[in-house]
Design a protein around this ligand. Structure first.
Ligand code: GLU
Ligand code: ZN
Length: 297
């Protein structure tokens, strides 16, 4: 194996759907075509949005698709100490601070938080969020497929939340601390996560850590242009035929599927994918609408 470390980091808000299968496959192919490690991390940070049994169901589905991960599965719900220790450190140095602004107040600031509480030195953590003082806003980044991607300036400059008022840790913080802790070298994920990339890069800068490389895969949309997700009633893929779903997802990732592949086992098809994976064949578009033979997505 090489020192490439990639990962798939699903949130257990429901069973795996077609869009997350594409992300799983893309990150697996990108890692395994470079003889790298491929980790799986369950991002169970937000219990109200989770579904009981979803994490197990996702792992079972990955196994059905012969996507074997390296090492143990990591659960964010078991890593609160890591997140809190970093927040406490930043509170001590003054890099992070408590904020009591409400959604309504932020709306009145024009939709972006203005830095209102930065100088207030609020000491009471109750009913407060924690924000990070952004010293190095990131307004663009290089994506391995799409090249330079500009990001909205107001978003980049905002002192964003690293711990929510309700006590939950923010996705951006957990993802970066975990990727650093797990030695991840490259993040491959859906294009819906292009926008938070700037904030995540700010965290690497704040932590004085080298930033990972980023690759964003096309996002699967339904005919109405909505993201395929549980909220939009996308079918859980374990209800679909494994082989045809796999081939469809690979086609969406740009593979030219040879007809004879349909006779292979799931494992053979995945291994063929590892051998034939290339960023050049990956669609230029950040959105794609898969068509299934039964007409549904
Ligand atoms: N947990 C996030 C999601 O399912 C993905 C995080 C990431 O890949 O950076 O949308
Ligand atoms: Zn505030």
């Amino acid at each position: 194996m090489t020192d490439y470390v990639g990962r798939f980091a699903p949130s257990p808000s429901g069973p795996l759907h077609f869009g997350s299968l594409m992300a799983a496959l893309g990150s697996y192919f990108q890692a395994k075509s470079q003889q790298g490690h491929w980790l799986v991390r369950i991002e169970d940070l937000d219990p109200p949005r989770e579904q009981p049994g979803a994490a197990e169901s996702i792992l079972r589905t990955l196994e059905n698709y012969q996507l074997g991960w390296d090492g143990d599965v990591v659960y964010q719900s078991q890593r609160h100490e890591l997140y809190q220790a970093q927040i406490d450190h930043w509170l001590t140095t003054g890099e992070a601070y408590y904020c009591q602004c409400t959604r309504k107040q932020i709306k009145a600031m024009g939709g972006f938080y203005s830095g209102h509480c930065r100088a207030l030195q609020l000491a009471d953590p109750h009913h407060c969020s924690v924000r990070l003082h952004i010293e190095q806003p990131v307004t663009e980044f290089i994506d391995l497929k799409h090249g330079n991607i500009p990001l909205p300036k107001a978003l980049a400059e905002e002192d964003f939340i690293i711990k929510r008022r309700d006590g939950l840790y923010a996705y951006n913080l957990a993802v970066v601390l975990d990727d650093i802790d797990q030695g991840v070298t490259e993040v491959v994920r859906g294009a819906d996560l292009i926008e938070p990339t700037g904030r995540q890069m700010s965290l690497y800068h704040q932590l004085k850590q080298p930033v990972v490389r980023y690759l964003h895969l096309p996002l699967a949309l339904d005919e109405n242009g909505n993201k395929l997700s549980k909220q939009n009633h996308a079918p859980a893929i374990d209800a679909l035929d494994t082989k045809s779903t796999l081939l469809k997802a690979m086609q969406c990732l740009g593979f030219a599927i040879e007809p004879s592949l349909k006779d292979g086992t799931i494992e053979e098809i995945v291994q063929w994918g590892v051998r034939h994976w290339s960023l050049l064949q990956l669609p230029e578009s950040t959105e794609i609408t898969p068509r299934f033979s039964n007409g549904s997505v």
